[in-house]
Design a protein around this ligand. Structure first.
Ligand code: SF4
Length: 188
């Protein structure tokens, strides 16, 4: 009989739980009714890949009615053996959490308060700041006369929820502008 490591763990866990409880005289029928309503009941499993860093851990997504209802590591994936780090484990909440930030927040210079702004406002402001700073501080040659084409007064810090492709694009854009100070979670 062919069985994956994940399938084996499921069977072993279920078997151990059932044997233990029935041995103690518990009636498992009510539990089975509840189990039928569990959120994974009827869900379709889709194997995907976490895009948050170059480890590329396998992620098993459970999809129900077109919506992800759970995400877990893949025990058959040799690198992580079923584990996910905090970012990978937060896949579902990253998509659906009501606490997720969904609008840009802006804090004016000197202010203690954040205000909601639309994307046009923040993108225009970021572009303006980058352009003005680069125009002011661009260094074409260093003290030895060597061509360096760089800007030292801009620092980019990528958020932990930037995926690999976003990090790569940001990296390329900043390199084109001459920005040399940058860091983010995946260190592309
Ligand atoms: S971010 Fe975490 S879960 Fe995702 S690939 Fe990297 S190590 Fe794996």
């Amino acid at each position: 009989m062919n069985i994956s490591r994940r399938g084996f763990m499921k069977l072993a866990g279920t078997g151990a739980a059932c044997l233990g409880l029935t041995d103690l005289g518990f009636d498992l029928d009510p539990a089975r009714v509840v189990a039928a309503d569990l959120k994974l009941e009827g869900a379709r499993e889709v194997l995907s890949i976490c895009h948050f860093c170059s480890c590329g851990c396998n992620v098993i997504m459970s999809i129900k009615d077109g919506k992800m209802v759970a995400a877990e590591g893949d025990p058959d994936f040799p690198v992580s053996e079923g584990a996910l780090c905090a970012k990978g484990a937060a896949f579902q909440s990253m998509h659906y959490s009501e606490q997720r930030l969904q609008k840009p927040l802006y804090r004016a210079p000197g202010s203690e308060n954040w205000e909601e702004k639309d994307w046009d406002f923040v993108l225009d402001r970021i572009a303006r700041k980058i352009k003005d700073t680069r125009d002011r501080d661009f260094i074409a040659k260093n003290a030895k006369g060597l061509l360096v084409n760089r800007v030292e007064s801009i620092f980019e810090l990528g958020a932990s929820q930037m995926d690999n492709e976003e990090c790569a694009l940001t990296h390329q854009m900043l390199t084109g502008l001459g920005v040399i100070h940058r860091d983010h979670q995946a260190r592309v």
